[in-house]
Design a protein around this ligand. Structure first.
Ligand SMILES: *Cc1c(COP(=O)(O)O)cnc(C)c1O
Length: 234
């Protein structure tokens, strides 16, 4: 496998150019290294390359790596979260990218005594295989989250459709940005909603042009060693 430091150099250059095209600051974009398909050793290589945000999509993967790496990384949970798994992982997570139902907010609120930074996951493309609320549901959902004092809505998250159609991908990111601004304008203290988690290996440049502040990059950055690791998303 290629060295992470070399992949990172290439990605940083692409991010720089995307930021330039969009008139944005590079420092406004955080790279999350998605390590769900690689070993703890490879995750440590990512840290040594200068990355500090790691993303996992299964409780097992998160706990295994967290045991070794602990607070040397900022931990992002990017997979769909089962209610019964919350208790096992919630104290190890800095950001949850997949808040998509009130019952999950309720469980999280019950299990912590600190504030949990959450992204509300939105299914902008409407694909049935994807998790998340419809854009129409989001404003009311976020209003309801005021009942759960440990939940802080830092932003919105989406996954673009898996397609070659770049304009379709762009339209999805544009819609999420519009929705984020709409929520942010309400001035909720518990839901500043300033962040946008969007963009993966194949579409992070478009995502940045459309306002992403967190990009979640796996394959292009750390590669992939495992075949079974997408299971946790379903
Ligand atoms: C796996 C995954 C990623 C990273 O995907 P790559 O295409 O490997 O960059 C990003 N976000 C989510 C939610 C994922 O499950």
């Amino acid at each position: 496998m290629t060295l992470i430091i070399d992949n990172l150099q290439h990605i940083q250059k692409s991010i720089q150019m995307a930021c330039q095209r969009a008139g944005r600051e590079v420092s406004d974009v955080t790279i999350i290294a998605v390590t769900k398909q690689v070993s703890t050793e490879r995750a440590i290589e990512a840290l040594n390359a200068g990355l500090s945000h790691l993303g996992e999509n299964r409780p097992e993967g998160l706990l295994e790596k967290h045991e070794t790496i602990e607070n040397r990384a900022t931990w992002h949970y990017i997979g769909s979260m089962q209610t019964r798994k919350v208790r096992k992982v919630i104290d190890q997570i800095d950001y949850l990218h997949s808040l998509d139902r009130i019952s999950l907010a309720e469980e999280i609120n019950k299990r912590v005594n600190h504030t949990v930074n959450c992204f509300v996951q939105v299914n902008v493309s409407g694909e049935e295989s994807k998790h998340g609320l419809t854009p129409e549901e989001v404003p009311t959902f976020i209003e309801q989250l005021s009942n759960y004092p440990h939940i802080r809505v830092v932003g919105l998250m989406t996954m673009a459709p898996n397609t070659e159609d770049k304009e379709l991908i762009r339209s999805v990111f544009k819609k999420l940005k519009k929705l984020q601004l709409e929520i942010a304008s309400k001035g909720y203290e518990y839901a500043p909603c300033t962040e946008l988690s969007m963009g993966m290996s194949n579409d992070y440049e478009i995502a940045i042009e459309e306002g992403a502040t967190f990009v979640r990059i796996g394959t292009a950055l750390v590669g992939s060693e495992r075949r079974d690791s997408n299971e946790g998303e379903r």
